[in-house]
Design a protein around this ligand. Sequence first.
Ligand code: P9H
Length: 221
Amino acid sequence: MSGKPKLHYFNGRGRMEPIRWLLAAAGVEFEESYLEKKDDLTKLRKDGSLLFQQVPMVEIDGMKMVQTRAILNYIATKYNLYGKDLKERALIDMYVEGMFDLNEQLMDYDYLPADKKEQHFANMMDKATNRYFPAFEKVLKDHGQDFLVGNQLSRADVQLLEIILMAEEFKPDILAKFPLLQSFKARISNVPAIKKFLQPGSQRKARERPENVPKVLAIFE
Ligand code: P9H
């Protein structure tokens, strides 16, 4: 056991990607064990490694943690990316839960059947442009600070950068009407640990290739 967290998931973004981002932002090295086929999931289930028979699962500090949000809460608290007091944590929680609602839509798109994509695309781009990005542009405008909460880097900044980059893959000019989010994106992308994660060859996962989707879905059938 190398002491490094070990991430169990398929070799793609899905629900594990926010965890990879947060560990990288905290400067924590991690190992990955990829599920390639159904048997790999069955094996983890059989040896009692999955509390709810689901992945993501992260082996960290002697625990086999499941549930994406629970894992992110633990990492954010351990590495002081969760605000300095209860009020800051409340703001961070509000912001990241809103981000999760949008992220759910962004992460599902590539795995949808063709006939569901157009409507899903229109809806997620509408929500990003008319609900979530305006909210975060206003947060930055109202306090004029570099980071969303507490004038220092928190998990909220990391997760917002992640979904900005995902949204831009779908619509490159999606930040056209959000000048403060544009400068936020540049600023957070230059945080050394995050800049390193954005470099080619890092453990950041690429967008799923269409030809690979059936293989991923087959793991969870
Ligand atoms: N609340 C893959 C890509 C994009 C989005 C989802 C799934 C939920 C958490 C087996 N895990 C395809 O459907 C795979 C969860 C965790 C939990 C799983 C089963 C999913 C996917 C794999 N499914 O936040 O951790 O839904 O293990 O029996 O449910 S991820």
